[in-house]
Design a protein around this ligand. Sequence first.
Ligand SMILES: NC(=O)c1ccc[n+]([C@@H]2O[C@H](COP(=O)([O-])OP(=O)(O)OC[C@H]3O[C@@H](n4cnc5c(N)ncnc54)[C@H](O)[C@@H]3O)[C@@H](O)[C@H]2O)c1
Length: 320
Amino acid sequence: MSKRFIVTGCAGFIGSNLVDRLLENGHEVVGVDNLSTGLLRFLERASANPRFRFVRTDLLDLPGLVAAFAGGEVVVHLAANADVRFGTEHPRRDLEQNTIATYNVLEAMRANGIKHIAFSSTGSVYGEASVIPTPEDGPFPIQTSLYGASKAAGEGLISAYCEGFGFQAWIFRFVSILGERYTHGHVFDFYKKLKADPTRLPVLGNGRQRKSYLYVQDCIDAILLAMEKAGEKVNIFNLGVDGYCEVNDSIGWICEELGVKPVLEYSGGDRGWIGDNPFIFLDTRKIQSLGWRPKLDIRAGVIRTVRSLVENPWVFEERK
Ligand SMILES: NC(=O)c1ccc[n+]([C@@H]2O[C@H](COP(=O)([O-])OP(=O)(O)OC[C@H]3O[C@@H](n4cnc5c(N)ncnc54)[C@H](O)[C@@H]3O)[C@@H](O)[C@H]2O)c1
């Protein structure tokens, strides 16, 4: 059945892919974005569809958000400061963009009588988990990044609105996402550096960090399936593949795909930056129990991402 979706962060990497999918599935979509990191070019296909409307507004502008949400039935809240790395350089940014923005989304929903929300949280909320693979109901985590802390606070607000105002929520804790329209993260950084100088590659940490990644279309499949099938008041799902790789593995695949053999220059230590979790691997049995399986493994996801960056050099002009 066709629904009226509101997608915040619609011009971003995951948001623009989700908008295209929702339109393909016959839904109406109002996309909200302030274009801080999102790109209008990602919405070219959507903009040609009469069932799509773009509203340029900032989530921190509550009256603007209340107006944008009018007539919506379901909100998928993806807008955020999605970069984990620079938290300590701008401590207020994660609070504003991730926590207060989420509060505004909830208030704009309340003002419009919208009760269903899907939220992009992150595996970073687990900090450095003591249980690996990490399940959704593991020990209450200790936060190690301002990003993780701001998303955990967003999750908390959403759950409290479910209890307090009769909302229903689907909260997704993603590993890092890969694929077409990817504009931030390790593949982007490494490719950009190799484009500038294919003979050497600076690597943060010792390259032995173990990370898990998921292809964006697999992520969207999981979100839509969970929203269709999971009927609790608050539904929390880890999203990731059943495995992990070392940063060095990923560098090997990127270099092989590009046909380059750079000298690797490690900054050293087992963490690349404050809050860099040296081992992320989520237990995804809960989402798998609904029948979801990722179609691409990590290597295939990395290679697709590199190819899409090679094919779309304009992204580097617009996302410096
Ligand atoms: N990409 C990943 O690996 C990953 C992993 C875990 C969680 N997430 C989460 O998924 C969501 C989407 O991430 P992404 O990779 O697509 O990031 P992105 O930066 O490509 O997209 C975020 C979008 O939100 C918009 N935005 C940011 N602040 C806004 C504001 N105040 N008002 C209006 N629009 C605003 C940006 O312009 C951008 O279009 C984020 O919530 C992120 O934290 C992403």
